[in-house]
Design a protein around this ligand. Structure first.
Ligand code: 6GU
Length: 230
C-alpha cells in the first residue's frame, strides 16, 4: 500500500519508522511518503494560512499550497487513491473504516491545522479522487497529525502479513462488535489475586463460554451503546 501524508509537521511522522509500521515499510508492504506543505509555498515566509473571509477567530489554511501538494501526491503513478482529511467535523473512524481502508492500494492524508482548510480544497480534490473527512471521536485536537498516526496504525496492522498471527486480529476488541475478554498469564497467584480457575481447567468449551460471558458483561458495563439494536 502506498501512503502519502501532507503536513506542516513532517517530523511528527518520524515515529512511523519504529515498531509494526517500521517493519511493514522495511518489508515493502507499505510505501510511506511524508511531504511538507510549506515546500509548496512560493513566498519568503512559506505562508500556509490567512485570515477567514467573513471574519472570526483563528486562521484558515490557504488553498494554493494544498492544491500543489495534492497535485504531487495524485500525479501518476497515483493508484486510484482515497484522500482522507482528518477533521472533527468528519464521519467517525471505526474498525470498519480501518478494515475498508486496509483494502485500498493508495491513501493520501491531508493534515489540516488552525481552524481548517479552505473549503474549495475539498471540493476540488473530490473532482479527481474519492475524498473522506474522518474524525477520531467527539473531542478536538489541534491538528490532524496525531489522528492520522492513529488511523494509519489501525489500517496498516490489518494488511495481510503485517501482524504475525492473524488469529490475534480476529479475537480482539471490536472485530465481533464486543469488547475483548480479560487476559491472564503466569503466575497463577500474584499479590493475593488468583487467575480465574476456569482458565486453568483445560476445559476448552468452558473457557470459550466464560470468555464470551466476560465479553458481554464488560460491553454491557462500559459500552452499552455497542449492544443497542439499530
Ligand atoms: Cl481527525 N482532527 C482533529 N483536529 N481533531 C479531532 C479529530 C481529527 N478527531 C477527533 N478530534
Amino acid at each position: 500500500m502506498r501512503i502519502d501524508i501532507v503536513t506542516i509537521f513532517p517530523a511528527i511522522f518520524d515515529a512511523l519508522d519504529v515498531s509494526l509500521l517500521g517493519k511493514a515499510r522495511q518489508n515493502g508492504i507499505v510505501d510511506l511518503r511524508v511531504s511538507d506543505l510549506r515546500d509548496y509555498t512560493h513566498d519568503r515566509h512559506r505562508t500556509v494560512d490567512d485570515t477567514p473571509y467573513g471574519g472570526g477567530a483563528g486562521m484558515v489554511m490557504k488553498p494554493e499550497p494544498w492544491g500543489e501538494a495534492l497535485d504531487a501526491a495524485l500525479a501518476p503513478p497515483a493508484d486510484d487513491p482515497v484522500v482522507i482529511f482528518p477533521s472533527p467535523a468528519g464521519e467517525v473512524f471505526t474498525q470498519s473504516t480501518a478494515r475498508h481502508l486496509s483494502q485500498e492500494r493508495h491513501l493520501v492524508f491531508g493534515c489540516g491545522r488552525y481552524e481548517g482548510i479552505d473549503q474549495r480544497v475539498f471540493e476540488h480534490t473530490a473532482s479527481r479522487a474519492r475524498v473522506r473527512l474522518v474524525s477520531l471521536g467527539d473531542y478536538v485536537l489541534n491538528g490532524g497529525e496525531v489522528a492520522v498516526m492513529a488511523m494509519i496504525e489501525a489500517i496498516v496492522r490489518l494488511i495481510p502479513g503485517v501482524v504475525g498471527n492473524p488469529q490475534s486480529l480476529v479475537e480482539e476488541s471490536h472485530e465481533d462488535g464486543l469488547l475483548e475478554y480479560p487476559s491472564y498469564t503466569k503466575p497463577p497467584q500474584w499479590r493475593g489475586l488468583d487467575v480465574p480457575p476456569v482458565l486453568l481447567s483445560g476445559n476448552h468449551g468452558e473457557i470459550a463460554k466464560w470468555r464470551r460471558e466476560q465479553q458481554f458483561e464488560r460491553t454491557r458495563r462500559v459500552r452499552p451503546d455497542l449492544l443497542a439494536e439499530d
